[in-house]
Write a protein that binds this ligand. Structure first.
Ligand SMILES: Cc1cc2nc3c(=O)[nH]c(=O)nc-3n(C[C@H](O)[C@H](O)[C@H](O)COP(=O)(O)OP(=O)(O)OC[C@H]3O[C@@H](n4cnc5c(N)ncnc54)[C@H](O)[C@@H]3O)c2cc1C
Length: 404
């Protein structure tokens, strides 16, 4: 296993890092205060190729590997959590299911504009009465003469206040309407009559990534709005969540890298009791903890990304993805993604806390980046499935695994 990037990828990563530091990171504090990621960020990230990393070339994508995409995600996350989140929800959470399940005509009309950053998408699963228990959603689509009629409500949806389209999880039909088999995904134009949205919610962190409600009141959808087959919705959402978990782990590692750089610099410059605080053992130990957790999460993430690439290559070769072997073990890749997010988000929450502590009172001030990183990071233990749900996924996979 070798995570060393080839020359071309290294050059892209370096070029992308310079871009992110100059265009995104330099204004991250102002963007946070303004409460919204500027549209120019989506477009600039489209122009540099970030939005399309995991998409097909025919739609303006790069067809990058998961390892390559993960490296870029860590760099963007380090620059600005809100931008990382909103662009990821648009091109990944929304763009992923569209790329896999929309019709050829829908892909052609949506994906190039989405990847150029000129159209914004979201994935709408969570409802006021249910989040972790995805299969308990109540939003409902009924068949009509022209297609479907959609009714229901979604909440906590990233990009809902500004989105143009959403992939919406709903129950289809009347029969078996309470079973998991009735869950289906619909591609919904958020400018249609009957769609309304709430204001951006006020949040603990990620303040420039707009989160909000969507209301569907007798929204008439064309027949081709149904993505894939009826009843495939749960699987589609779980596939999107597995990719989101890897991206969230990359967000955590990027955040930890920012914490490490800032804490190292500050502890060498700041003096207390006549010497740099880094020379006080308790501060040095905090730095050591930050570095160790950063390295451990980075390695687990890169190995998981590498395994997903292997699984994809084997799936193309016709092998069953569920039989991916690694170090003598059969790997359940969804459980591996859950494990990776669980570890990275736990460490990142601890690391942001340590980074604020290294900065003392300054760490509590908005002027210092660690203050924002501390507020932002909590989402990683909640979004894409809470840590408790990740533990269930990991434990369930281990309990059902046969043999080694
Ligand atoms: C900033 C932000 C952005 C978001 N973006 C999106 C988005 O774009 N699209 C979208 O659909 N959703 C989005 N969400 C929603 C997010 O996915 C949910 O908040 C999350 O899945 C948890 O659901 P919940 O809030 O309903 O919590 P609940 O499910 O009510 O959970 C509450 C607590 O109970 C625990 N719990 C629940 N069930 C179990 C169980 N079986 N065993 C053990 N513990 C359990 C949870 O771990 C948690 O601690 C976003 C949320 C936030 C905060």
């Amino acid at each position: 296993m070798d995570f060393e990037l080839n020359q071309e990828d290294k050059e892209f990563a370096e070029h992308f890092r310079r871009f992110c530091e100059k265009e995104i990171g330099a204004v991250a504090g102002e963007v946070d205060e303004s409460g919204s990621v500027p549209r120019s960020h989506y477009e600039a990230l489209g122009a540099i190729g970030y939005n399309g990393l995991l998409h097909r070339r025919e739609f303006g994508g790069q067809e990058a590997s998961i390892v390559q995409a993960t490296v870029a995600q860590m760099i963007l996350a380090e620059a600005c959590g809100s931008t990382f989140f909103s662009v990821g929800a648009s091109c990944g959470l929304f763009g992923g299911p569209v790329a896999s399940y929309a019709s050829a005509a829908q892909k052609k009309s949506i994906l190039p504009t989405l990847l150029a950053g000129k159209l914004i998408g979201c994935l709408a699963v969570t409802e006021p009465d249910t989040g972790s228990d995805v299969s308990a959603i109540r939003t409902r689509a009924k068949r009509s003469a022209n297609g479907f009629v959609l009714n229901g409500q979604k909440t906590f949806i990233t990009n809902a206040p500004i989105g143009d389209y959403a992939v919406v999880l709903a129950r289809l039909g009347e029969e078996n309407a309470d079973s998991k088999g009735s869950l289906s995904c619909f591609l919904v134009d958020l400018h249609l009559p009957g769609v309304t949205r709430g204001k951006a919610m006020r949040k603990m962190g990620l303040r420039a990534s707009p989160t909000g409600e969507l209301f569907f009141d007798n929204v008439e959808l064309a027949a081709e709005s149904l993505l894939g087959a009826p009843g495939q919705g749960f699987r589609m959402v779980m596939e999107a969540f597995a990719m989101e978990r890897l991206a969230l782990a990359a967000y955590c590692v990027g955040t930890m890298k920012a914490c490490f750089d800032d804490s190292r610099r500050y502890s060498r410059e700041r003096k207390a009791f006549g010497r740099p605080i880094a020379k006080h053992q308790s501060v040095a130990f905090m730095l050591a903890d930050i570095k160790t957790k950063l390295e451990a999460a980075y390695l687990l993430l890169m190995e998981t990304a590498w395994l997903v690439d292997r699984q994809r290559a084997e799936a193309v070769g016709g092998k069953s993805p569920s039989r991916l072997m690694h170090n003598g073990y059969v790997i359940d890749i969804n459980a591996r993604a859950a494990e990776t997010k669980l570890l990275a988000s736990t460490y990142a929450r601890e690391v942001t806390n340590l980074a604020v502590q290294v900065h003392g009172g300054a760490g509590y001030m908005e002027e210092y980046r660690v203050c924002r990183l501390y507020r932002d990071i909590k989402i990683a233990e909640i979004g894409g499935g809470t840590s408790e749900i990740q533990k269930q996924i990991v434990a369930h996979a281990e309990i059902k695994r046969v043999g080694v």
